[in-house]
Design a protein around this ligand. Structure first.
Ligand SMILES: [Zn+2]
Length: 200
């Protein structure tokens, strides 16, 4: 498991968030116990944690299942959490495409209503709200850090029309893309583009 994924799953442990329940299992080396990521017991230090992709692997490594969160009882959350994680993977990869609840559901081979309900139960957001969040994050990052024209940024995050993008952005960010860019880049205009070291 790479560091970025570890951090993501560990964050769920800290927040006692159930989104990775049934997907990863938390082995805590100091106690020899394996938990669901959402376990309510004391949060282990990251250095003492190994995440396993299956309970079987954690048991083979010598961990005993936690009596409190009972990771062996997969329960109804298991397939739901997997479905939500799959939806996130598609949203994160394809936020720049025309993505609708129906096309997302079709990709995941479930009904749109099942996807909507399940995703909201697991994450607290609708798939549409999550897509907006991902697009807004990307758009803000590009406005802040790049010189890409606003219309190109709109296309990059899935909007064909510049005015549609501007209206959507304003609704979510409370400013037009241009205003937002001026605000976050403001004050930097007079600075030289590169810092030349005084002594070299
Ligand atoms: Zn536990």
């Amino acid at each position: 498991m790479d560091q970025a994924l570890f951090d993501l799953v560990y964050q769920a442990v800290v927040q006692r968030d159930a989104r990775y329940d049934g997907i990863y299992y938390t082995g805590v080396r100091t106690t020899g116990i394996v938990c669901r990521p959402s376990c309510r017991a004391r949060t282990p230090k990251p250095d003492n944690v190994t995440f396993y992709p299956s309970l079987e692997e954690a048991l083979q490594a010598g961990f005993r299942p936690c009596k409190r969160c009972r990771p062996e009882e997969g329960g109804p959350l298991r397939p739901d959490a997997v479905l939500a994680a799959q939806a996130d993977a598609v949203i994160n990869a394809e936020y720049g495409e025309r993505l609708t609840l129906n096309s997302l559901a079709e990709r995941l081979k479930v009904s749109a209503s099942h996807l909507h309900r399940t995703y909201k139960e697991v994450t607290g957001l609708t798939p549409a709200a999550k897509l907006d969040q991902v697009r807004l994050d990307k758009a803000c990052g590009l406005l802040r850090l790049s010189r890409m024209p606003v219309s190109d940024i709109g296309r990059t995050v899935g909007f064909r029309g510049a005015s549609h993008f501007a209206a959507w952005f304003h609704r979510h960010a409370g400013a037009s893309p241009t205003e937002y860019r001026e605000r976050v880049q403001g004050g930097m205009a007079d600075e030289p583009e590169y810092d030349i070291p005084a002594h070299s």
